[in-house]
Ligand binder design. Structure first.
Ligand code: 1HN
Length: 349
């Protein structure tokens, strides 16, 4: 583009006075902001960040001494992107938090338009119930509560249980499309035995008369880590992708689409010593280390990670992963939204 001559002082003054006059009628000149509105490549406000579980666990546990799950409704420490403080965002479109439930506690039943996922990190003995079916939570399990499904949690065990929550809260806030309601029931009445949905819809088979309507939520709401791990181990006999290692996406098995329309989720294995080639994509992504330890180099800055650490890679930031030990990562992003709108891009460097 040709450089523009700098306007003289009189012109500058006239323009500033003009901007002040039109401001009283709630107008502003596009030409002052056009470059920022339509940048040549994404300029996310979010910055890279990491929450090391060993460093934050004690703060999560302290919340357990300060407030009950019942009083809090959900006892969660929100992971706020350092560049987006006060907005309950980890990326511009996604929310993440660490939720704690103590032995004997219940997080009461409610539903909302926001879609949610859980990735179980710490402790045994808790369950989540989704639309009348419970699932016992084990480390690494990926559990979803699709939009407008009833959900409650409880801890029947004898140790604190912590999981990572991921929701599309900022996206729904942006769209102003959020509704929510509390249930009359504290804990949902069980409508089906545990394991029913997975047996019916999540075992390479479907009920003979089942047809998924496009607007229906997926019937599979738990993806047990034992199965994810077996899949990753199964493909790890082959050759890793240079940019991604061994990476799979979670799907609604009835459609092959993302389990929830607004949030995509992924599981990834990197062999010991493996280093990915630099890669970037337009979906800002939250990663959780489930096994092993390594480094995430994000736009040239290296962050060490180990088990249960959470790190965020904003849109169009270049990521390189290094596995010091065999690594398993879980991740989630708004990729299905971008793909549905024809916006998603990736670049293999
Ligand atoms: C929610 O329903 C849960 O059900 C967790 O565990 C976090 C954050 C904002 C709004 C609803 C849950 C949430 C949430």
């Amino acid at each position: 583009m040709l450089a523009q001559p700098t306007p003289n002082v009189d012109t500058q003054t006239a323009r500033r006075q003009y901007y002040e006059r039109i401001a009283t009628q709630h107008m502003t000149p596009l030409w002052e902001v056009l470059g920022a509105l339509v940048p040549p490549s994404p300029r996310p406000e979010a910055v890279p960040a990491i929450w090391r579980y060993a460093e934050v666990r004690e703060q999560v546990m302290e919340a357990g001494r300060l407030i009950t799950a019942e009083e809090a409704e959900r006892r969660v420490l929100i992971l706020e992107n350092p560049a987006l403080r006060g907005q309950s965002c980890i990326t511009s479109s996604l929310y993440a938090g660490l939720q704690l439930i103590m032995p004997g506690e219940v997080a009461p039943a409610h539903r909302h338009m926001q879609s949610a996922l859980r990735l179980v990190l710490d402790g045994e003995g808790a369950y989540t119930a989704v639309d009348g079916e419970r699932t016992t939570m084990h480390r690494g399990d990926f559990i979803i509560t699709p939009s407008w499904t009833w959900h409650d949690h409880g801890n029947l065990g004898n140790e604190p249980v912590v999981w990572l929550d991921g929701l599309d809260i900022p996206l729904l806030r942006f769209l102003a499309a959020g509704f929510a309601e509390k249930s009359e029931e504290r804990s949902q009445t069980e409508l089906r035995p545990e394991g029913d949905s997975l047996a019916r819809y999540g075992s390479n088979m479907l009920p003979v008369d089942f047809h998924q309507a496009p607007s229906d939520p997926t019937r599979v709401f738990v993806y047990p880590y034992t199965r994810t791990k077996a899949s990753l181990q199964g493909i790890a006999q082959g050759t890793p992708d240079a940019h991604l290692g061994f990476k799979l996406r979670y799907v609604n098995p009835a459609t092959g689409a993302s389990p929830m329309p607004t949030i995509g989720a992924y599981a990834q294995a990197l062999p010991e010593g493996f280093e990915t080639r630099p890669y970037r994509c337009t979906d800002g992504t939250v990663h959780v280390c489930l096994e092993g330890a390594g480094e995430a180099e994000i736009d040239g800055t290296t962050h060490r990670f180990t088990e249960s650490d959470v790190f965020v890679v904003p849109s169009w930031h270049t990521l390189r992963l290094r596995a010091a030990k065999p690594v398993t990562l879980f991740s989630f992003s708004d990729r299905p939204v971008q793909q549905a709108l024809g916006l998603w891009r990736e670049q293999r460097l």
